[in-house]
Design a protein around this ligand. Structure first.
Ligand code: KG4
Ligand code: ZN
Length: 346
């Protein structure tokens, strides 16, 4: 069984981990939230610079905590897509250098495949095929997973990702960054039925709605209009907890309905939740309840493996390693790369 040291720097987390097959030996994450929060979002140039300052210590700490030496490591894996190009470049340069210095095979890794694989770290019984609801700051996708590298995109957001909607709504409510965890906490004190907000349906020319695609930018605009109306009516203070709960409930309904429907249509026995928004308490609860009603099993990673980390990247890379996949040291970084093009990395 392969032992992989993985590096992840695609956005605002500097992360390294050592994983032996699906067992996490170490998982170190340095978040840049404090650095970016004053700007209300990730500033790409600052992210790259911070990765550069932190990555050396993070990799060293990951190796130290794993209680292994370089001689025990079978390969180095590094996220090369998708993400912020400058941020990805830092991780890739370090990953390639370590692979050369220690003479280990190198594997480029796809960030979204990492999010899919996060569930394997704690659920030894999980087996493909399954449906993955992947919800992060940059992506919202329904993916049919038939095995390592075998992914079919069934549905997606047509505009904002779910996490982006959380972050934008939190900004317009002046709650801080990142919005997801703040809205999640606030929503627990509010009434989700206080305001009716749209679920992001996509109308089809022939009538009806697209079964799996969604739109979240209209929902964000609906919250903006609601806030404007409440202010115009002289409501002060704003019922922030009720707005947060109503917004979260609309996102959760939209995601849950589509995921359960896709799993049923595709005859898939399980749904795997992945990505930063998978940390959302409302989503975890609703999806588990609705899927259980339909006899569908739900696999939810623990919070530390939902948001960006390198253990999930190592886990995916170890499956590729076992299949004999290796990447060239000429491999570049890609801000976008559809999951069905993942074979181009090896
Ligand atoms: O997967 P991730 O760590 O980074 C990307 O690959 O994008 O996801 C970050 C996103 C952010 O938009 C953040 O607001 C959201 O995940 N998020 C949450 C929660 N925790 C993080 N969204 C809703 N509820 C949460 N508890
Ligand atoms: Zn992510």
């Amino acid at each position: 069984m392969a032992t992989i040291l993985a590096i992840e720097t695609s956005c605002d987390e500097t992360a390294a981990a050592v994983v032996c097959h699906r067992q996490v030996l170490s998982n170190v994450v340095a978040s840049q939230i404090d650095l970016h929060s004053r700007y209300g979002g990730v500033v790409p140039e600052l992210a790259s610079r911070e990765h550069l300052l932190t990555i050396g210590d993070i990799v060293q700490e990951a190796l130290l905590k794993s209680q292994l030496a370089w001689t025990d490591i079978d390969a180095v894996a590094t996220t090369c897509a998708p993400g912020l190009v400058g941020a990805l470049l830092v991780g890739m340069s370090v990953g390639k250098t370590l692979s050369m210095v220690h003479q280990k095979p190198f594997l480029g890794a796809h960030h979204l495949e990492g999010h899919i694989y996060a569930a394997y770290l704690e659920h030894q019984d999980l087996q493909a095929p399954f449906l993955c609801l992947l919800v992060s700051g940059g992506h919202t996708s329904l993916i049919r997973v038939d095995g390592c590298g075998q992914y079919t995109l069934l549905g997606k957001t047509r505009d904002d990702a779910a996490g982006e909607a959380f972050d934008k709504v939190a900004r317009l409510l002046e709650l801080g960054y990142p919005g997801g965890p703040i809205i999640d906490r606030l929503a627990q004190q509010g009434n989700p039925k206080a305001f009716h907000l749209p679920e992001g349906n996509i109308s089809l020319p022939e009538g009806g709605y697209h079964p799996y695609d969604a739109s979240f930018s209209g929902l964000k605009t609906a919250v903006l209009r609601l806030v404007d109306r409440l202010k115009a009516d002289g409501v002060d203070p704003l019922p922030l907890a009720d707005i947060a709960a109503s917004f979260q409930s609309a996102v959760v309904r939209a995601l849950t309905k589509r995921a359960v429907r896709a799993a049923q249509d595709q005859n898939l026995p399980a749904i795997v939740l992945g990505g930063g928004v998978a940390a959302n308490s409302g989503l975890r609860h609703s999806l588990s309840a609705m899927a259980a009603d339909q006899g569908i099993k739900v696999y939810v990673p623990s919070l530390q493996f939902c948001t960006d980390n390198a253990a999930m990247v190592a886990c995916a890379a170890s499956d590729h390693f076992d299949r004999g996949h290796r990447s060239s040291l000429d491999l570049g970084v890609y801000s976008r790369l559809p999951l069905d093009k993942i074979s181009t990395l090896y």
